[in-house]
Design a protein around this ligand. Structure first.
Ligand code: NAD
Length: 440
């Protein structure tokens, strides 16, 4: 099939490459000509494991091309995936839909054949209905364009495998034709047994927002427990393990620490709060305010613990920050808890050195002040305190003995509860973590 993917960021570039990889002819579209030039040359414009390989394979095979022209997109295909950003609005908690609207307004008048516009971006419930009116009022006479929603659940760092082998596909459609078209698009996945939930657009839109709200709630729940552990001397890591054995609860998303960030969970729960208010059911989901607040409190608690370990003052102290991205295996620093902590510590007078395996370029744009190091040892040299803020695999493999030889004082906060504290203590480190007793 011929498909276009409009918006080739973290979601769209992966979607475009994966759709080509399962055999479709794909045209990726973006307004960012730099991104389009990189993609067209087979270069991923961001770090995502596995993406470079499928980009090269499919651009070389001629199944995957890129353009900045919506006209070319309208001419090329009858199925258009919309993958543009839906960030938080500057003036409220709500989602800013201007990019989605710009795509629809640009594309609809250019369509010359019956078409299916499939949204993949995360949007407030009711968006498909609004966009349908927008499209219908702008298409040429005789052209029928349907809007469907097919939310995306991929995780950065696992985006390629999540796209090729998703847990489920959810489509929100208003006609059997749209359902059939999307079944054809995803035929290889359906053949492999991937669950396919076909429903109305409102339910599909809500599945995504509800899933992210649930995941965010789970993280904030365990972080709230971590705070109770700190007050009572209990250990949140053992607590999470014991809770996780209960099949009704499950261990995933029960890792206490610095909390969630990134371009999705924080803005998605806020947009949900705003949309629920509009629908006059704000009270029903008001707990999400707490989820957001608990999440932010972990950043403050980490800064407070760091200041405490340094004797009450950051001024004149050197702090090594391990991790800048919002999660490992990504270069994404959007709403990164690690960078938020780093920024606060800088603001309070610390001299910090930041290491990250992939996120330094993006981090420098957001937080230009500190020194950035490509070598962990360099970042930790003469540090009075080391903060482990993003759980990259390579930090778990660090040798605490070697690291203790370069720091000024072997003090560590493992804000992700990802290191083995016994190992570090054996090497002479004073290790602290949120939700864990001092002696663990
Ligand atoms: P992103 O900012 O990385 O990418 C958005 C892209 O859209 C950019 O390249 C931008 O240049 C492009 N764009 C903006 N306006 C455009 C226009 N008018 N025409 C063409 N291109 C345009 O964002 P992202 O992380 O890929 O997220 C996109 C959407 O997918 C969001 O709604 C997000 O919530 C959702 N989502 C993201 C992820 C993820 O892990 N990143 C996962 C699931 C869902």
């Amino acid at each position: 099939m011929r498909l276009t993917v409009i918006g080739t960021g973290y979601l769209g570039a992966v979607h475009a490459a994966c759709m080509a990889d399962i055999g479709h002819d794909v045209l990726g579209v973006d307004t960012d000509s730099g991104k389009i030039a990189a993609l067209a040359a087979g270069r991923a414009p961001f770090f995502e494991p596995g993406l470079p390989e499928i980009l090269i394979r499919n651009t070389r095979a001629g199944r995957l091309r890129f353009t900045t022209s919506l006209q070319e997109a309208a001419d090329f295909a009858d199925v258009h995936f919309v993958c543009v950003g839906t960030p938080q609005r500057a003036d409220s908690l709500a989602a800013d839909l201007r990019h989605v609207e710009a795509v629809v307004d640009g594309l609809a008048p250019l369509l010359t054949r019956d078409s299916l516009i499939v949204g993949k971006s995360t949007v407030p419930v009711g968006t498909t209905r609004t966009l349908t009116r927008r499209v219908t009022s702008q298409v040429r006479p005789g052209v029928d364009a349907e809007v469907a929603w097919n939310p995306e659940f991929l995780r950065e760092g696992f985006a390629v495998q999540d796209t090729l082998r998703p847990d489920r596909l959810v489509v929100g459609v208003t006609s059997p034709h749209a359902d059939r078209t999307l079944r054809d698009v995803y035929e290889p996945m359906l053949r492999a047994g991937v669950a396919y939930v076909s429903t109305d657009p409102a339910t599909a839109e809500l599945v995504k927002v509800a899933a992210n709200s649930f995941l965010a709630t789970k993280i904030s729940f365990i972080n709230a427990m971590a705070e109770v552990c700190d007050a009572s001397g209990a250990d949140v890591v053992t607590l999470a393990e014991a809770l996780g054995h209960d099949a009704r609860i499950g261990r995933a998303f029960l890792s206490a620490g610095l909390g969630f960030g990134g371009g999705c969970l924080p803005k998605d729960i806020r947009a949900f709060l705003a949309r629920a208010e509009e629908l006059q059911v704000g009270e029903a989901v008001s707990f999400l305010h707490q989820v957001d607040q608990i999440n932010h409190r972990q950043r403050r608690r980490t800064v407070d613990l760091a200041r405490h370990l340094l004797g009450g003052e950051f001024a004149g102290r050197r702090v090594a920050v391990l991790g800048a991205t919002f999660k490992p295996d990504s270069d994404d620093v959007r709403d990164s808890p690690a960078l938020a902590v780093a920024a606060e510590i800088v603001a309070q007078g610390a001299d910090i050195r930041v290491h990250d395996p992939e996120g330094i370029d993006n981090a420098q744009l957001v937080l230009p002040g500190p020194s950035y190091c490509t070598d962990v040892m360099e970042a930790c040299r003469d540090a009075d305190l080391v903060l482990h803020l993003t759980e990259w695999r390579q930090y778990r493999a660090l040798d605490p003995v070697k690291l203790s030889q370069v720091v000024r004082a072997p003090r560590m906060i493992d804000a992700r509860n990802a290191l083995d504290p016994a190992l570090w203590r054996e090497a002479g480190w004073h290790v602290r973590a949120l939700g864990r007793p001092v002696h663990v």
